[in-house]
Ligand binder design. Structure first.
Ligand code: FAD
Length: 464
């Protein structure tokens, strides 16, 4: 991998140029290289992994971005095992903590056991979500029966219309912040339904055991990407933002600050909003332009607080907490071993987190953990956080916070090729959109499409 601070200059010619060294781009490159094609992966950041990023707290490697893999995430699991990375269960033994409306309780299972009326309401709303989810065309949400109606309201407006009780709303808000990096009022109902369907339904999306939070990668998720990139070697160029992609009858010319790359085809894995930073020639279709303007990224922040030991376990707590108050809205135990150190991973609401300085952010998180887990939480041995909205390049995540009308108006442009420019990336996935697994599948799928075209070009060239 060419990871030097000084990117190589000069012009290069390859079969395929891949923009972005996240899971989609690396998977596309891996597939193309396995068939003997020449490939160059150009990445704007100084690292690979995209929305997967490792950090270290009290000597423990943690995932600042993507963390979990489900059992059904077979594509990313295969990739992980091929490069020697291993999984470990997400710790989930003991009771979870619920802090709602200023009151602390503990509960077992996925759904907080609050009042009987609240439980009935939760079940009612889950059934309503599931009924709509079942109607969604996951490959082409804009072709879902009644798509226009579903895309004309936000998830939040729909909850209002259904008279969801405060407890149900609070849980749906947590889901929205974790999945789309926004509150329910900022995401279209159709987009929310598409992502829930693509995540295998609400239960699979929310569950730890047997669900989407089933396993973590011991070595961290970014390590998978780093190992794939190492195998690709000099075919990966870091600190090389793509500024412009022009195309003619024979191929594409990709302009970077350090030179031009000529290729037969380009695979762009930048998320829809980040496609806007590339000047396309000819310009994107109106739908393609609209997509880049309206599929803005949501934002999410994460903090890791380390203790000598996972003290909450001794008190029968799982380390999983849900709260509607303050900065932290959900926590998980990501301790490496029962003997310590104990590490809590806290999802933080960027609106009441990102604007503060490092010391204030730490104080806010630690004080809230003390509310959830008691005064022992006030004595951490280490702390680390990451604000995805403040990333200097390709900011945001985990996923786009797509507002009403944007899916029906522009969704078709997600994966429709723009001439010789093909699109991959988690957002273009049908099944498993918004996950590393979806990203891997789209990289592989797009590589196959481009391979077919390369073969066709050779055949047509020979017959001319
Ligand atoms: C906080 C957080 C938590 C998450 N949790 C999970 C989880 O638990 N499980 C899960 O499966 N997923 C999770 N995700 C989502 C997951 O990380 C993504 O779905 C997946 O990594 C996307 O991969 P990708 O290759 O499609 O896109 P990316 O990872 O975004 O890669 C695209 C790459 O393109 C580069 N790029 C963009 N524009 C240009 C340009 N002009 N020139 C050159 N390079 C460019 C970017 O820098 C980036 O590296 C999480 C994400 C975040 C942020």
């Amino acid at each position: 991998m060419s990871g030097s601070r000084e990117p190589r200059s000069g012009n290069t010619t390859v079969d395929v140029v891949v923009v972005g060294a996240g899971f989609a781009g690396l998977s596309a490159a891996e597939r193309l290289v396995s068939t003997g094609r020449s490939v160059l992966v150009v990445e704007g950041r100084d690292r690979v992994g995209g929305r997967s990023l490792s950090g270290e707290v009290a000597g423990v490697k943690v995932d600042l971005g993507a963390t979990w893999v489900a059992r059904r995430h077979t594509a990313v699991r295969d990739l992980a095992s091929r490069v020697g990375c291993t999984t470990t269960d997400q710790f989930a033994q003991g009771r979870n903590v619920l802090w709602m409306a200023g009151r602390r309780r503990t509960y077992g299972g996925t759904i907080p056991k609050v009042s009987p009326a609240a439980l009935v309401d939760m079940a009612r709303m889950q059934a309503a979500v599931n009924k709509l989810v079942a109607t969604v065309d996951v490959e082409a949400a804009w072709e879902t029966p009644g798509a226009g109606r579903l895309d004309a309201v936000s998830f939040g407006e729909w909850l209002d219309r259904k008279n969801a009780l405060p407890g149900t709303r609070a849980l749906m808000t947590v889901i929205s912040k974790v999945q789309w990096g926004c509150t329910p009022g900022d995401v279209s109902l159709l987009h929310a339904l598409r992502y829930i369907r693509s995540a295998g339904g609400l239960d699979h999306m929310l569950d730890v055991e047997g669900g989407q939070q089933q396993d973590r990668i011991v070595e961290t998720t970014q390590e998978i990407a780093q190992r794939v990139a190492e195998r690709l070697g000099d075919r990966v160029r870091l600190e090389t933002p793509v500024r412009r992609i022009a195309q003619d009858d024979d191929g594409v010319t990709v302009r970077t600050d350090s030179g031009e790359i000529r290729a037969r085809y380009a695979i762009v894995t930048a998320s829809p909003a980040h496609r806007a930073a590339i000047a396309f020639e000819p310009a994107l279709s109106e739908q393609g332009e609209g997509l880049t303007r309206t599929w803005r990224m949501g934002v999410l922040s994460k903090a890791f607080v380390a203790y000598e030991r996972p003290f909450w376990r001794a008190e029968g707590c799982s380390g999983e907490a849900v709260t509607d108050t303050g900065t932290v809205f959900i926590t998980f135990d990501v301790s490496p071993a029962p003997g310590g150190p104990g590490v809590l991973m806290a999802f933080c609401d960027p609106r009441v987190f990102d604007g503060f300085g490092p010391g204030a952010r730490r104080d806010r998180v630690v004080r809230q953990l003390a509310d959830l887990y008691g005064p022992q939480a006030l004595a951490p041995i280490d702390y680390l956080d990451h604000c995805w909205g403040a990333e200097p390049f390709a900011p945001g995540g985990p996923n786009p916070a797509v507002a009403p009308y944007a899916t029906t108006s522009f969704g078709k442009a997600l994966s429709e090729p723009h001439g010789r420019v093909h699109w991959a990336g988690s957002e273009t996935a049908g099944e498993w959109a918004g996950t590393m697994n979806g990203a891997v599948l789209t990289g592989q799928r797009t590589a196959e499409s481009v391979l077919t075209l390369l073969t066709r070009d050779v055949r047509e060239g020979a017959s001319r």
